[in-house]
Design a protein around this ligand. Structure first.
Ligand SMILES: Cc1cc2nc3c(=O)[nH]c(=O)nc-3n(C[C@H](O)[C@H](O)[C@H](O)COP(=O)(O)OP(=O)(O)OC[C@H]3O[C@@H](n4cnc5c(N)ncnc54)[C@H](O)[C@@H]3O)c2cc1C
Length: 363
């Protein structure tokens, strides 16, 4: 494996504009082509970051500003892509999700990080580092890996939900709650539904809890719902009613339509963990009331997975992370990785100093 630690030249403001076959990526700005038959820009990096969302790019910012060579490989499918605006990120509230990431890519490139559009298929240990396989055949070396690939929202099996996801089919009161304040909101039955219903009730007086296929609430829960004026509708939901590209109601199996402008659902959060699994990283379930609501990668407080040299940050290891917390976890992991590399650099430098061989530059 080739490992190169020289600080790469910057690609100021370059932007990915096209993804070709064979991993070839055209970038506007410096017009470089990276990977594939045109040949890699370089073969070894201090860190390869898999996933260029808020977590991956924040880690990259820390690392690139510490003069680490970083390659970010990003498939370009951030989880919040269906949403028109991102909320709850101080200083960026209301920004379109894609704009935040475009700013992030421009910022990390200023410090020399490379960001390419592509997909990592897997990775394997290679000496003290890793060999990282990109779709299309390119392979790059990395001393350390950060995986920030996010998660997949597995939506409940109700016709029409997928089409409205991120618009008026929602999951998070912090992301979208303000936008549906004072409107008729429904909550689809799930292990998280009571919790969601009470949080949305904070935002609107008109909340309906659809029991759907979830177990019936107990007496204490029914009393809490009554006390907060949340109506329980028994029976299974059959689909959504949409008019003029807006949700207008929820259709029950009985045929009844309950007028609603938004529906909160609880997806099953499944980590995009294929790369981490290819390295043998441990996963664990997250349960609410005995039901598995998420499968995520295990990390310590600094984002280190069960595989030495491999870190994770963001939704892949924390299903509850919002953009700001995913970014914070990425920044923390980036700093930990830099410290780990610094320790190795010291070790190597001391070994080189003690070596009877002519000194060779390290780092
Ligand atoms: C509809 C919706 C709306 C939301 N709105 C908000 C909001 O308003 N505010 C808020 O704070 N949070 C919001 N969230 C949550 C937010 O999406 C996440 O907190 C955030 O995306 C997590 O960032 P991340 O970097 O961990 O993952 P992501 O943003 O999902 O980024 C992961 C990146 O990794 C890439 N990737 C995956 N696998 C590979 C691979 N093998 N090789 C290369 N790249 C790969 C993906 O394509 C993606 O670009 C919303 C979520 C949803 C579903």
């Amino acid at each position: 494996m080739l490992v190169k630690t020289a600080h790469p030249g910057g690609a100021f403001g370059a932007e990915v504009v096209d993804v070709g076959t064979g991993g070839v990526v055209a970038v506007r700005g410096d017009e470089r082509a990276v990977a594939g038959e045109r040949g890699p820009a370089r073969d070894g990096y201090d860190v390869v970051v898999v996933g260029g969302g808020a977590a991956g790019l924040s880690a990259t910012l820390q690392l690139a500003r510490s003069r680490r060579s970083v390659l970010v490989v990003d498939a370009g499918e951030p989880r919040n892509a269906p949403a028109a605006a991102m909320h709850g990120f101080l200083g960026h509230d209301g920004l379109p999700p894609a704009d935040l990431l475009a700013r992030g890519r421009a910022e990390v490139r200023r410090y020399g990080a490379e960001v390419v559009r592509g997909r990592v298929d897997g990775a394997a240990r290679d000496g003290s580092g890793f060999a990282v396989r990109l779709a299309g055949g390119r392979e790059v070396g990395a001393r350390r890996l950060l995986v920030a690939t996010g998660l997949v929202d597995e939506l409940p099996d109700v016709p029409g939900l997928r089409e409205r996801w991120g618009r008026d089919v929602l999951h998070c009161p912090y992301c979208h709650g303000w936008e549906v304040r004072d409107t008729p909101v429904g909550v689809l039955g799930s292990p998280a539904a009571l919790h969601q219903a009470h949080l949305f009730r904070q935002l609107t007086p008109d909340v309906v809890l659809f029991q759907h296929t979830a177990p019936a609430p107990g007496a204490a829960e029914r009393e809490e719902l009554r006390a907060r004026g949340i109506r329980l509708v028994e029976g299974e939901v059959a689909g959504l009613v949409v008019a003029g590209d807006e949700l207008t109601g929820v259709r029950m199996r009985s045929g009844e339509v309950v007028p609603r402008r938004a529906l909160a659902v609880a997806p099953r959060f499944v980590a995009r963990s294929a790369v981490l699994e290819s390295l043998g990283a441990a996963l664990s379930p997250l349960t609410v009331d005995g039901a598995v609501v998420a499968v995520q990668v295990e990390v310590d407080g600094g984002g280190l997975t069960s595989v030495p040299g491999v870190w994770a940050a963001g939704n892949v290891c924390d299903a509850r992370a919002q953009v700001v917390t995913a970014a914070a976890a990425g920044a923390a992991a980036g700093a930990r990785i830099n410290a780990d590399l610094a320790a190795e650099d010291v070790e190597r430098a001391v070994a080189a100093l003690r070596s009877p061989e002519p000194a060779r530059a390290v780092g």
